[in-house]
Ligand binder design. Sequence first.
Ligand code: S3P
Ligand code: PEP
Length: 430
Amino acid sequence: MGNETLFNSGGSLNGTIRVPGDKSISHRSIMFGAISHGKTVIENFLFGEDCISTIDCFRKLGVDIEVGEQRIEVNGKGFEGLQEPTEILDVGNSGTTTRLMMGILASMPFHSVIIGDESIARRPMSRVTKPLISMGAKIDGRAEGDFTPISIRGGALQAIDYALPVGSAQVKSAILLAALQSEGKTVVREPAVTRDHTERMIRLFGGNVETNENIISIQGCQTLKGTHITVPGDISSAAFFLVGAAITKNSSIKLEHVGLNPTRTGIVDVLEMMGADFDIEYDTADEGTEPIGAITIRASDLKGTVIEGELIPRLIDEIPVIALLATQAEGTTIIRDAEELKVKETNRIDSVVNELKKMGADIEATPDGMIIRGKCGLKGAEVDSHGDHRIGMMLAIASLICQGNMELKGKEAIRVSYPQFFEHMNELTD
Ligand SMILES: O=C(O)C1=C[C@@H](OP(=O)(O)O)[C@@H](O)[C@H](O)C1
Ligand SMILES: C=C(OP(=O)(O)O)C(=O)O
């Protein structure tokens, strides 16, 4: 891991940018292209390390994927076109690749092994292995299938009716992908609505899935057909600059072509609740299967709020940067019901609290979230991403308002989801 010294820029962001393609949708576009029949063309794909891991894994499964500068072509031959890999499938740092790919491999009549980096090796997989085993797959791994390396011998699957113990789009998606190849009708019951990109993509590729609030039903034995996808900008990446502009004096930025799927816009709700000054123009002409639009945001006075319950899955990856936002709001912000943060790339309750404390924030960890008291001046410090891209970007944005120099360790982690992050930051601070 290298070091990067970031200086207090004098604190304002101005201009217009397009954030890169959505990570969740980019992963799924490769996977759905691979399991469908015919050609899938993907535009605005996110060339972040996580999505490149997905491409590598599906190439090892025998899928022809042509990567050009502007577009990707996946030449799918259906589930039956996937081949037993002769090499281990390395997912790098990507939980989404691991869990969704397990859903696909569960029905494949061959053996495969999944490994990832040291962060992946700590992340729980039994939330996926358990339902897939109950559908009929043979799966094993460390700690009785909870941790990588995971080995899978897939086969004939039966539908299940499954209530998710945690609100997780990755678990839901793994089950839906397995269900596409199962006998019978699978039902997934979510404790709260999570991102629905998999459901939208099943429909885009010509399949059927029914959604009734938080109950999702899908018939097995479906055949999908290749299609054309333009990936919207990632609202989770946009969140860093939305917060950056909201907290730095004299800022005004516009982020174009951002995905505005309501299962992902919890950050917009929080900006509203905290009194941020922004507006959204929906782009209905350019809308594919996902709503998109432009968000313009200006610096403003902010107030603390409570973030909990069904809002949490709609902003789970944005919580690190929301914590920074809360340090600049008058009053107390409470984040609760967010235990899931403990099983991300790092324990994000600990990493956010520890790193922001080094900068002088008034923040404390709770068992299921954090409490932040603002408004608080931040000071330069030696801080660390701990190999977590979202912690790295949150700290880089914090450098815009800190007094004195900040040294950020482990900035490379940012390449996982936003390779152009520092270029965009320079463009907006120029
Ligand atoms: O389905 C997805 O693409 C994702 C779901 C979320 O994870 P969980 O399903 O584990 O909450 C999120 O944190 C992750 O960044 C991407
Ligand atoms: C949790 C994340 O991703 P993943 O689960 O795919 O590693 C993230 O991008 O914040």
